[in-house]
Design a protein around this ligand. Structure first.
Ligand code: ATP
Ligand code: MG
Length: 558
């Protein structure tokens, strides 16, 4: 009854084992982000694992927003998270919040107190840290550790009633101050925070810690397999302790996998927030950001992101994935899906001297040679064209096969032209080329099968539109942008040339009908996606990715 289309991994091996042994008879997962920022490429891995694992076993996956800290969370983030998950192609079975379980957490805390497994502690946060000890030395017991059950029940009730100030008391699990695992040294499970919560309002002034809320939420929701990243491995004993001590009958099993790390990329919400706040980028959806919103705006297809995390694999070992693999996946998708068009980024005028003034004709250009079904679109041709400035060289270097005085090239899908003369202005700058065309070469070949070595792109001056193009490069120039710099500021690692804006670009006119999000392959240049900043007068296109595939070549897959 499993869905065999989904590739297997070590997580599925554990689940198979559980199902075979009868520990669980179904599978339920959840994706539990904290709504304190936008989701990034690392989350795509977690989302894909959570949702496809549930699907493989015909189970369900919920989205659970971990809103245990009322200070950092924001509804903007909640909405963005939901939108991003749907855009990736996943639909949560239910959308839930950690705060939905505050009542159960409170009841569970009372249960622990009554069992003598939790106590109210008056140590300050700083004192708790000092008492905790280190990996080498055991911790010291809190002087409040041995309060009676009655005293603890009273104090906890007073905490709840708002009778103590923030930070003056906590509720701590009574576990083992000598444990080799620091998380087990009487962790705080409730704290006082006199602050209204986005969903529970003023109902609570004490809030459960993540490590207490998380296992209870998982269990109460019916999660069978709680999948998370490796940094939670050391928290698993506490996760299991909580559910055991509150006598939860069929506790979920936590399984950890390695985080996705991508070179040249930041995957920390905190640091991404810093970039947004200091306006290094235009927002969470800046096309240079590795957020889902940024990559979507850049023009990365959601299927490419999913293929990428699939190729990067699911394992338990730390690794850093090469950004070129992500770009390879993007090209793979766009090569199949993106209509072809012509764009001239740095236009140079061309006049075809032997083509009649006022005449025009159209060529039917394949929309996508990889996919004949979508057919062709008409491209107009006249006496006045634009070509790319660097497709002409007055004195060609060896091996330069494009235009130069006397040389012949093919205009893609149109005619052969030969350069007769380069017209210069008073300063000696080339402002126009005078060329002739061969009427016999219509469509790109001559009856005598004459060979030309260069094929260049072009647009018709009388049938084109102006556009702005944004060329993006890596946001960081170092492979590991979070690494310490001399000044201790990770923004020192920024690439100063991560955005280059080009105005006065000439595009085929049909591109004026496109909508934000539409993506095209500009012949010989790269893939470009229409940006939301476009206006009717001035379309704006983002470079999604160039055509050159270093990863595919290096790995013989291009
Ligand atoms: P950040 O450090 O960016 O704030 P986080 O781990 O705090 O990330 P959460 O919102 O708590 O972010 O993450 C939700 C889920 O996504 C967690 O289960 C977490 O393990 C997973 N996750 C976060 N970052 C990555 C990553 N780089 N690769 C894989 N999974 C990740
Ligand atoms: Mg987190």
């Amino acid at each position: 009854m499993t869905n065999e289309n989904i590739a297997s991994n070590f997580i599925h091996d554990f689940i198979d084992e559980d199902l075979n042994k009868g520990v669980y008879d179904h599978v339920q997962t959840r994706f539990p982000p904290e709504p304190n920022g936008y989701l990034h490429i690392g989350h795509v891995k977690a989302i894909t694992i959570d949702f496809t694992t549930a699907k493989k076993y015909n189970g369900e996956c919920n989205l659970r927003l971990d809103d245990t800290n009322p200070i950092k969370e924001d509804d903007e983030y909640v909405n963005a998270i939901i939108e991003d998950i749907r855009w990736l192609g996943f639909e949560p079975n239910k959308i839930l919040f950690g705060s939905d379980y505050f009542d159960i957490c409170y009841e569970s805390a009372l249960k622990l107190i009554k069992k003598g497994k939790a106590y109210v502690c008056d140590l300050s946060a700083e004192e708790i840290r000092l008492y905790r000890g280190t990996l080498k030395e055991p911790g010291k017991e809190s002087p409040f550790r041995n309060r009676t059950v009655e005293e603890n029940l009273n104090l906890f009730e007073q905490m709840r009633a708002g009778e103590f100030e923030n930070g003056t008391k906590t509720l701590r699990a009574k576990i083992d101050m000598a444990s080799g695992n620091l998380n087990m040294r009487d962790p705080v499970i409730y704290r006082i925070m006199k602050i209204a919560h986005a969903r529970t309002g003023d109902k609570w002034c004490i809030y459960p810690m993540y490590d207490f809320n998380h296992p209870i939420s998982d269990a109460a929701e019916g999660v069978t397999h709680s999948l998370c990243t490796l940094e939670f491995e050391d928290h698993r004993p506490l996760y299991e302790w909580v559910l055991r001590e509150i006598d939860w009958p069929h506790p979920p099993r936590q399984i950890e996998f390695a985080r996705l790390n991508l070179n040249y990329t930041l995957t920390s919400k905190r640091k991404c927030l810093a970039l947004v706040q200091n306006e290094t980028v235009s927002g969470w959806d800046d096309p240079r950001m590795a957020t889902i919103a940024g990559m979507r705006r850049r023009g990365y297809p959601s299927t490419a992101l999913r293929n990428f995390v699939e190729k990067a694999g699911v394992s338990k070992t730390f690794s850093v994935v090469d950004y070129a693999l992500l770009e390879h996946c993007v090209r793979d998708e766009l090569n199949l899906s993106a209509p072809r068009a012509m764009a001239v980024l740095d236009p140079l005028k061309v006049t075809i001297e032997n083509y009649p003034e006022g005449k025009s004709e159209t060529f039917d250009v394949l929309i996508n040679p990889e996919k004949p079904e979508p057919g062709t679109h008409p491209m107009s041709f006249s006496k006045h064209l634009y070509i790319e400035r660097d497709d002409f060289m007055e004195t060609p270097v060896k091996g330069y096969f494009r235009l130069s005085p006397g040389a012949e090239v093919r205009l893609k899908s149109a005619y052969f032209i030969t350069c007769k003369e380069a017209v210069k202005d008073n300063n000696g700058n080339i402002v126009e080329l005078i060329c002739s065309y061969d009427p016999e070469s219509r469509g790109g070949d001559t009856p005598d099968k004459r060979k030309v070595k260069g094929t260049i792109h072009w647009v018709d001056q009388t049938d084109c539109i102006d556009a702005e193009i944004r060329l993006y490069d890596r946001l960081f120039s170092t492979e590991n942008p979070s690494e310490e710099t001399e000044s201790g500021d990770f923004t020192d690692n920024l690439n100063p040339d991560s955005l280059r804006v080009i105005k006065g670009v000439k595009l085929e006119k049909f591109l004026s009908d496109s909508n934000p999000g539409n993506t095209y392959q500009f012949f010989r240049i790269g893939y470009f996606s229409k940006d939301i900043d476009s206006t009717a007068q001035m379309p704006v296109f983002n470079r999604v990715v160039s055509l050159k595939d270093s990863w595919g070549k290096a790995n013989n897959k291009g």
